[in-house]
Design a protein. Sequence first.
Length: 402
Amino acid sequence: MLLPVFFIAVICLGGVKAEDPEIDISAIKYTNDLENGETVILVGNGKDGATVHNYHLYDDDDDQYRNDDDDDNCDVQSCLPENWYNVSFDDSNWNLSAAPFGNDDLDGVSPGTIWQSEDGSGDYRVKDHIVIRHYFDYDKKDEILSATLKVVHNNYYVAYLNGQLIRNCYYYSYHDNCYERSPEYWKTNGDNFLTYDGSSESGPNPDWLVDGENLLAILAYDHCCYQGDSDQWIDVELVINVQSWKEDPIVLGDDLVFGIDFFNNEESNVTDLNVTLEIEGTEFANQTLEIETNKTFQWMVEWTPDRLGEFNITAKVLNKSLTKIIHVGHYAYNFSVADDYRVGNASELLTYNITISNEGDVDDNYTFQLFGAFNDWDVEFVPNVINLAPGETGTVKLEITP
């Protein structure tokens, strides 16, 4: 008996198109200073901000070139407490006071806290070492471009960040320019200005920073009284530069970097995602992205404007787009002085009225300085910095007392 055989055929005349993934264009940002970014002060200096530190004074009988013969087991730095530079060290019973620490004025700056080393028995000093410790909080949400420790010291120092050695400048032979007899704010050569470059003891490594509480610990050593130097001083500043989309005014000739943020709303990663950037309706750049689930991907594109005026910057992904209008302008100003020739007697106040106009088409600020005046003259601009919008005019007074 023959059984019937049935063939069932399913013919798809049209497919169902898969839905596009849910991708948002969160923002279009720009900067004309990506390399330097924005400076963030983590630990301010005492000169400008009277920054407060935990501190303690110590004695060290062996000043490297002297003999330790008083049987107190104090060799180089061995009178310091163990792990004084670590976060876990207990400094709760230390004094708390403001930097700078020193025994006399330096370049017109007065000490916030007096640090005066004193004569001890024999040929050594007491209180010739000071340890300062400063705690600070930091949220590592930004990309750090660089980290710098600035040091004003007399005579030697050792610096740590979160227990990691930044620089050992405890003796002149450890690094070039370790010994400092005439410190200044901020001397950028030698061991006064330390920016991390990837090498050992070049500066603070940004990777040492942690979310939350951090510690900067400094040991300063007064090498008294070598070559008649009887001064003490220590002040520090820790800064980082972070990537920042500052959106400052753009002028012709600036090199720009756009940061376009795409957010993946899907519950899985999205791959092979095509994105484009158009400038004035013409495609300028494109890229294929992969974005993790519930994450933002920042696409960075470099561009240099070739004319003045406004530009429409449009980012596109799938069926979505976002447009930002930017203005490329120019700087220009007009400057005049009323009664630019004045005659007066010694100690008589002479006033000059200065008018300045912003004739460009972007906001600008102007800083005033006077060159060629005698050192003993009193000179003041009121104000010395003026900010003007395009087309705005301002007045500044120059006051001179010969």
